[in-house]
Design a protein around this ligand. Structure first.
Ligand SMILES: [Mg+2]
Ligand SMILES: [Zn+2]
Length: 498
């Protein structure tokens, strides 16, 4: 590992600490190949002025779209095998790059990222406030892009940060989870990076931070219900928040109905949960009158605000249960029939379990069906065109009739517009069926099927097999849908026809 193998990417909102960071890293010997500073203030902000240093420094802009988007703008502009992401408020010593090189040296290719040990110095002579403890918690977080180096291959295979995370919250956990789903490991290095204690949010900061519940909903939609355990976090407080809000609502409604006992019970429930919440936040803190008052007030405000943001997130990232389409397209190999590479023999056609049943259910609902299939064996001379026709006829006899057959006979090098992941086959099938591509869903077993559908404007359902790459499954989980088998794949289509 050499210094020239590393690019440093720093997203910034123009904090003063950025200058120190650039001077320390860019003026050190050795220095990284390049420091890319991505200015994420909106485009009207004046150009960022940085002092000249030994290392090459590039300043790019990301137009106020948040740290996830800013980091993507940064790493995409680099070419080194490793990209080190640093936040603009951390402080590092002159030996930082040497420690990073030591951390990355001799890492096996299976390691996709290395994270630093983050130290957040506590306040002198007193316990940290509730707000400060939200920053000190960073020290215990499993993956944190305050100082995290990613291998370029890992970024390429995940596509980098998900820009739907608008804040410096959860976007790092999401990328780390997808990196692991893509088959990489993440290790903790020996380098130590200092993150400052933040406390200028004012008394309301714990309430406004509840916005993060909307980001949690996106993480849940992408990574499933067990997302908290997977990122190494304890249980959330949604249950207690529901009890608090439910108790308060009961008290108010019961009062208006003059049901005194019920009102008292509701109020007692609310008071008990709120007192427990406030106590839990007061005890580890400095317990000054101001902090205690802030904790009491905000402990009452947080539950309804947190639940409201949770609802906003659930609504924003919901996946409708139904899929309203006018035609269903299927990939052939690995989706309708067992995948035999370059199948030339009609006798080699073996339908997948349940395929015939699923196709019949769709036909009975009046849905036109099509097949969209890549057959590069023709271009490679491994199957003759008439053999392909024979195999497809056999498929049609066992599982058909299909209302359209779209087959791409070309190879990768031909640069045609039909070979999936290009959208040509999906468009052609839609045209022949007399529907728009957006009224079609394509069911397939690999990422190229999903890509072809999305690029044509159609919906997609991935039914992974043992050979489907984990990264393609991870992508389909949020860009499309993933189902365990063909039956499950058509469930939302059938539900949408009722
Ligand atoms: Mg296939
Ligand atoms: Zn083609």
């Amino acid at each position: 590992m050499k210094p020239a193998d590393i690019a440093v990417v720093i997203p910034t909102v123009g904090r003063d600490s950025l200058i120190d960071l650039v001077v320390v890293i860019g003026g050190a010997d050795p220095h990284p190949a390049v420091i890319v500073v991505v200015d994420d203030r909106d485009d009207s902000a004046p150009r960022l002025e940085l002092p000249p240093v030994t290392a090459p420094v590039r300043v790019l802009r990301s137009g106020g779209r948040g740290p996830a988007a800013a980091r993507n703008v940064g790493w995409v502009a680099t070419e080194t095998p490793w990209v080190a992401f640093l936040d603009d408020d951390v402080s590092v010593g002159a030996g930082w790059l040497r420690s990073l090189l030591a951390d990355l040296d001799h890492l096996p290719l299976t390691v996709g990222a290395s994270t630093a040990r983050i130290v957040v110095p506590g306040p002198a002579g007193r316990s940290p406030t509730d707000e400060e403890r939200r920053t000190t918690a960073l020290a215990g977080a499993r993956w944190i892009t305050a100082d995290m180096a990613y291998r370029r291959e890992a970024l390429l295979s995940t596509g980098g940060f998900d820009e739907r995370f608008p804040r410096a919250y959860r976007e790092d956990s999401d990328l780390a989870l997808r990196t692991i789903e893509s088959g990489f490991e993440i290790v903790t290095g020996g380098r130590v990076t200092v993150h400052p204690l933040r406390s200028r949010g004012g008394w309301r900061s714990s309430v406004t931070a509840q916005r993060g519940n909307a980001d949690n909903a996106l993480l849940r939609a992408k990574h499933g219900r067990r997302w908290r355990a997977r990122i190494g976090e304890g249980r959330g407080r949604t249950g207690q928040h529901l009890v608090a809000v439910g108790g308060l609502a009961t008290a108010l409604i019961a009062t208006s109905l003059r049901r005194r006992r019920l009102a008292v019970a509701g109020a007692a429930g609310w008071a008990a949960v709120t007192a427990e919440f406030a106590t839990r936040r007061i005890l580890p803190g400095p317990r000054t009158p101001a902090e205690v008052a802030t904790m009491i007030v905000t402990s009452a405000l947080i539950p309804p605000v947190a639940l409201a943001w949770r609802l906003v997130g659930e609504f924003r990232w919901r996946r409708p249960r139904t899929l309203v389409v006018k035609a269903v397209l299927f990939d052939r190999d690995g989706t309708l029939i067992h995948d035999v590479p370059y199948l030339a023999e009609p006798d080699g056609v073996v339908p997948l379990d349940g395929a015939a049943v699923v196709l019949d259910r769709l036909r009975r609902r009046g849905l036109p069906l099509g097949v969209v299939s890549n057959q590069s064996g023709v271009a490679r001379g491994l199957i003759r065109p008439e053999e392909l026709v024979g195999v497809n006829r056999r498929v049609d006899r066992l599982l058909g009739p299909f209302d359209t057959w779209q087959v791409c006979p070309h190879g990768d090098a031909d640069g045609c517009r039909c070979r999936k992941p290009a959208p040509g086959l999906v468009r052609a099938a839609a045209r022949e069926l007399g529907v728009r591509p957006r009224d079609c869903v394509l069911i397939g077993d690999i990422g190229a099927d999903v890509q072809a559908a999305l690029r044509a404007g159609a919906s997609a359902v991935l039914v992974p097999t043992t050979t489907t790459r984990p990264t393609e499954v991870a992508h389909a989980r949020y860009a499309a849908r993933v189902a365990d088998d063909l039956q499950a794949a058509v469930e939302p289509v059938l539900a949408g026809r009722e």
